[in-house]
Ligand binder design. Structure first.
Ligand code: MG
Length: 387
């Protein structure tokens, strides 16, 4: 079944409430999604994570090598795109462009074969997923502590059993907010912290050691993604599990992370690290290094549904008869592009997700909304929201 058309779109929405994290502030969401259409009209949707303009340009770069090719040969197409990018961009946003196309091809494959993507990945091993709520970003309010506590309690009331908060404003300020949130949500809700590589080794160690008493389930991106030695030393000197990988690309990036003993939990972003095709390989690599995998997930329902199918198929590490439910990231912050432009058959009920059975990813785009939020001008390639 041949590929007839590849259409990348940039969608944009100005946030009602700007938020910030350790690196910069956002007032706008901007995402690149792609529609791949076959000769018979079958289509699939994909999404790239990262600077939307760069990803769109990447998709346009790959398009001539994909048109007229068999969509079911997605590994062949993946390899073609990878080889075309290798000389210029061994990691980064060209890999996110590959990811977007790859996710769309999996959606198409599911529709053609009338099967959900998780079945095509090898079967639904985990029919129920317990996602954690991502939120608790910083906002310009008078009393940030009260605002964060209020938000954390909303997630608890919605049935979430785990929440992830931002840190990275300085060790003492971080401790104040972590302490307040732990006190508010009680001991039964898991709490993770994410600094988005705000700290050097010594700062991250100080924070980790001082918040161990708050039962932190993981410390995400404590140091620079380039500081493999800092990751390793921190991991050796705190009881808090260390998570990272949203800045890594392809199996080769995760190989470096694992060989250097940087993390307990690997967090590939399916829409950046090489798509579902490469994420599955990374999961196999993680298994060989005895690492957990909890995908980093951001953006629209296209990305979320891809993660749901991926986690639905994921082997548990190491696996036993009675495991905890697998988890994945579920962003709870304001996102009209997710909630209005895309439509999903994934429902979050009392903090749980049932892996859907509909063919493909189980996601679609509202064409009217796409036109409303679509950006025609593509000269701003600087945007990236991080979670
Ligand atoms: Mg993160």
């Amino acid at each position: 079944m041949k590929i007839a058309k590849i259409e990348p779109y940039i969608i944009v929405h100005k946030l009602d409430t700007p938020f910030y994290f350790s690196q910069w502030q956002y007032d706008t969401r901007k995402i690149c999604i792609v529609k791949v259409t076959l000769e018979d009209g079958t289509y699939g949707w994909g999404e790239g994570y990262g600077p939307a303009g760069v990803i769109k340009a990447g998709i346009e770069f790959f398009t001539p090598f994909l048109l007229g090719k068999d969509a079911l040969g997605h590994e062949i197409l993946w390899q073609e795109m990878y080889r075309r990018s290798l000389d210029y961009a061994r990691s980064g946003s060209l890999q996110a462009a590959i990811s977007a196309v790859d996710v769309a091809l999996w959606d198409i494959k599911g529709k053609l074969l009338d099967q959900p993507v998780s079945v095509l990945l090898g079967g639904i091993k985990n029919p129920i997923i317990q996602p954690y709520a991502t939120g608790l970003y910083f906002t310009r309010v008078e009393n940030l502590e009260d605002t964060l506590v209020e938000e954390a309690l909303i997630y608890k009331s919605q049935g979430f059993k785990a929440v992830k908060m931002k840190v990275g404003l300085g060790v003492e300020e971080d401790i104040k907010y972590i302490s307040a949130i732990r006190k508010a949500i009680g001991p039964d809700i898991k709490l993770m912290i994410d600094s988005n590589h705000a700290y050097n080794y010594r700062e991250s160690l100080k924070l980790a050691q001082q918040v161990e008493k708050f039962d932190i389930s993981w410390f995400e991106e404590p140091v620079s993604p380039e500081d493999y030695e800092g990751y390793r030393r921190l991991r050796e000197n705190t009881t808090i599990p260390i998570a990272g990988g949203e800045c890594e690309y392809l199996k080769f990036g995760f190989k470096r992370l694992f060989e250097n003993e940087c993390v307990d939990i690997a967090q590939p972003d399916i829409c950046a690290t090489g798509g579902l095709t490469e994420a599955k390989r990374i999961a196999t690599l993680a298994q060989a290094y005895s690492k957990d995998v909890v995908p980093h997930t951001w953006g629209t329902w296209i990305a979320i549904n891809a993660a749901v199918h991926f986690v639905g198929n994921l082997d548990m590490n190491p696996g036993r008869m009675y495991c905890e439910l697998p988890t994945m990231e579920l962003d709870r912050t304001e996102n009209a592009l997710r909630d209005i432009v895309t439509k999903s058959d994934v429902n979050v009920v009392n903090g749980l997700i049932n892996v859907p059975n509909s063919p493909g990813l189980g996601v679609d785009v509202d064409i009217d909304a796409l036109e409303k939020y679509r950006e025609i001008k593509t000269d701003d390639a600087s945007f990236k929201i991080r979670s």
